[in-house]
Design a binder for this molecule. Structure first.
Ligand code: DQA
Length: 150
């Protein structure tokens, strides 16, 4: 297994820096990916960043992670709350995924309190802004228990 980590962003996250700045902050997606890259370099791993607004493209990307990446940091955006297809893709890919949200979804509307992907993820980090991706990267690299990785 390579030391490649996929950083996957779902719908509307290409609008970071312009979109609901009071909730998501002023950093662009490129800023966020650059911050993750700096941390990845420090930790000695490579990252591959992918964003799509399309559920099917995200499903296909997750499939392609199987056997190719050490793990995935996934902010599935709104698909988190209802995409059974994404949930099944994670299960099919047998890859370690950490669910990331920039905002604290539990402080927000009740429909955001549900994550259909959480049961197939190692864990979830939310509410720490873009720092959540860094925390997730560290957690992923420290994670020893996932049977799919060994
Ligand atoms: C989000 C939270 C989701 O509820 C929302 O649909 C997003 C972003 C977050 O990062 O806080 O698009 O995943």
């Amino acid at each position: 297994m390579t030391d490649l980590i996929a950083v996957v962003h779902g719908p509307n996250l290409n609008m970071l820096g312009k979109r609901e700045i009071g909730i998501y902050g002023g950093k662009t997606l490129d800023d966020v990916n650059s911050e993750v890259k700096v941390e990845a370099d420090k930790l000695g791993v490579s990252i591959e960043c992918f964003q799509s607004n399309s559920e099917g493209e995200l499903v296909t990307f997750i499939h392609k992670c199987r056997g190719r990446v050490k793990g995935v940091l996934l902010n599935a955006g709104a698909y988190t709350h209802y995409s059974i297809a994404l949930r099944d893709a994670i299960a099919a890919a047998q890859v370690s995924v950490i669910e990331v949200h920039i905002s604290n979804v539990f402080k927000r509307e009740s429909f955001r309190h549900i994550s259909v992907i959480a049961p197939v993820c190692i864990g979830q980090i939310c509410g720490f802004g873009s720092q959540g991706y860094i925390l997730a990267l560290r957690a992923l690299l420290e994670e020893k228990l996932d049977p799919w990785l060994i």
